[in-house]
Write a protein that binds this ligand. Structure first.
Ligand SMILES: [Zn+2]
Length: 196
């Protein structure tokens, strides 16, 4: 049997199916009243479908978010050098199982049961970094730690303005997290092991 002849002209699958958010309800883990679970599906180029899920309790204020990938990805790690304004558009999908690092800013987001998932760009990531550094600059245990947090905060501002290059690394053993952009390098588990 012959293979299919010429295919149709390449039209990328850009059906932007904006599926409506789903709202479910469940018992709040804190106050045991009813809370809302809001699920927003989103299609991300080069990655696939994700669902952004937010739990929100109007009774006690409990809020928790995660991002779930609805497709299987076997890439373990991603790295991107963010070297200018254009690179700030690089996207980050972070599932609660993913580790995110920005070594230049001493930043590591560890996975865990209370880890939140999110979908953002580099500006959104740096906002999260700033939030933690702001907290540390006034609440860290020692004077040195508070001063260090202030230094890193100044560097983070430069990064956000595209004036200081920085590195972003994402590791996820379940493949639920990713960096998406022109300068992103991805590692599959086997390639990664072969490097040693
Ligand atoms: Zn509650």
């Amino acid at each position: 049997m012959k293979k299919m002849p010429a295919r149709k002209s390449p039209s990328p699958p850009e059906e932007k199916s904006h599926a409506p958010p789903q709202v479910l309800s469940a018992e709040c883990p804190i106050c045991h009243k009813e809370l809302a679970i809001i699920q927003i599906p989103e299609t991300i180029p080069l990655f696939g479908q994700i669902v952004i899920q937010t739990l929100r309790c109007s009774h006690c204020g409990f809020k928790f978010s995660d991002v779930m990938s609805t497709e299987f990805h076997d890439a373990l790690g991603f790295e991107a050098r963010i070297a200018g304004e254009a690179d700030l558009h690089t996207k980050l999908v972070r599932n609660s199982s993913g580790t995110v690092e920005v070594p230049e800013l001493g930043f590591t987001l560890e996975p865990g049961p209370m880890a939140e998932g999110f979908y953002t760009n580099m500006e959104g990531l740096l906002e999260r970094v700033d939030g933690i550094l702001n907290f540390l600059s006034s609440h860290a245990d020692t004077h040195e730690q508070r001063e260090r947090a202030k230094e890193l905060l100044a560097l983070s501002k430069k990064c956000r303005a595209g004036k200081m290059p920085f590195t972003v690394r994402v590791l996820d053993p379940f493949g639920g997290s990713a960096l998406i952009g022109a300068n992103v390098k991805g590692f599959r588990s086997q390639n990664r092991m072969r490097r040693n």
